[in-house]
Design a protein around this ligand. Structure first.
Ligand code: NAI
Length: 328
């Protein structure tokens, strides 16, 4: 039976990740094969033509689930009654830019977008921030979204989660579907902590199959710096894998995580695991009844504690800078 049409807004839709997202969403990858979708593509004037071109191609795809595509540079039009928003468009770091400059440039994007989402989107909108610095951009967007609960906002660390599973599977020559129980903690940056202390491979503890030195000296830094590795090999940043992870994130948020397992997402902290309340930090999460829930009760060993604290310290520092600049 056909379901009501869902509206998804994609910002930066004329960019690389936007292009990789659109066709999969139009094929039903987020809401499934029975739910028609309407797409709203938000761009800045410089990106409008690229988004319009993508919209023409969407038409040419003759996707049976695709009800409409609208391209706009007006945020309220783009977010009007949106059920989901993938905030991909962001200001990249350019030569000579300090971290404070980057935060400020992105706050000028994510603050107004958060406000427009609160004014115009559906009250139960699901917002996934992909554009970097993703965690703090989500914090800034939620800080401007008057009247919308914090739990409508998240930032994407699913790419890091998927990378961790993929790298573990490749190292052990196992199907990736057999790898479970991975967690990404903290910031979507090189300080993140890809934690495999509870990971299993076909039900066996990963830590029994791997030596500590490989985990600490090879696996953890490789996952944390995978973005740089992709740029070095490919000559351009992650696109297909990033779009795929954004779809995984939103799909699981809508549809729920599989029984008995969890994934990773950056969501506003409720103080769990010593992460200060309100910081948008990556946790082990389950999606239950359409809401993210932090998986509680994990014992954190000393090594993990240090790693989580280091990444959380970076998030606190970004929040402090954003406050000092009056961005939140
Ligand atoms: P891109 O440069 O190809 O596309 C970005 C698009 O955003 C451009 O078309 C630009 O015109 C548009 N844009 C800029 N400001 C905008 C605004 N205010 N409103 C709407 N659109 C706007 O970049 P790409 O490769 O698509 O990456 C997008 C972002 O995703 C970057 O910030 C990148 O660092 C981030 N990223 C995040 C990952 C994660 O795991 N969280 C993984 C990979 C990339």
């Amino acid at each position: 039976m056909s379901q009501p049409t869902r509206t998804i807004t994609i910002t930066g839709a004329g960019g690389q990740i936007g292009y990789a997202l659109l066709f999969r969403i139009a094929s039903g990858a987020v809401y499934g094969p029975d739910t028609p979708v309407s797409l709203r593509l938000l761009e800045i004037p410089a990106g409008i033509r690229a988004a319009e071109g993508a919209a023409l191609e969407l038409l040419d795809g003759a996707f049976s689930l695709l009800r409409s595509v609208e391209v706009t540079d007006d945020a309220d039009t783009a977010f009007s009654r949106a059920d989901a928003a993938l905030l991909v468009g962001a200001r990249p770091r350019t030569a000579g830019m300090e971290r404070a400059d980057l935060l400020e440039a992105n706050a000028a994007i994510f603050g107004p977008q958060g406000a427009a989402i609160a004014r115009s989107a559906s009250p139960d909108v699901r917002v996934v921030v992909v554009g970097n610095p993703a965690n703090t951009n989500a914090l800034i967007a939620s800080g401007h979204a008057d009247g919308l609960p914090l739990d409508r906002f998240s930032a994407m660390t699913r790419l890091d989660h998927n990378r961790a599973r993929g790298i573990l599977a490749a190292h052990l020559d196992a199907p990736v579907a057999d790898v479970d129980g991975v967690t990404i903690w903290g910031n979507h940056s090189a300080t993140q902590y890809p934690d495999i202390t509870r990971a299993t491979v076909k039900g066996r503890a990963a830590t029994e199959l791997l030596d500590d030195a490989w985990i600490r000296e090879s696996f953890i830094p490789r996952v944390a710096r995978r973005g740089a590795e992709i740029i070095e090999v490919r000559g351009s940043s992650s696109v297909g894998s990033a779009a795929s992870a954004a779809i995984d994130h939103l799909h699981d948020w809508v549809d729920g995580t599989a029984e008995g397992t969890w994934t990773s997402a950056a969501i506003p902290s409720d103080g769990s695991y010593g992460v200060p309340e309100g910081l948008v930090s990556s946790f082990p999460v389950r999606s239950v009844g359409g809401a993210w829930r932090i998986v509680e009760g994990f014992e954190i060993d000393a090594f993990s504690r240090d790693r989580i604290d280091a990444s959380v310290a970076e998030l606190m520092d970004e929040r402090e800078q954003a406050r000092a600049l009056g961005l939140i």
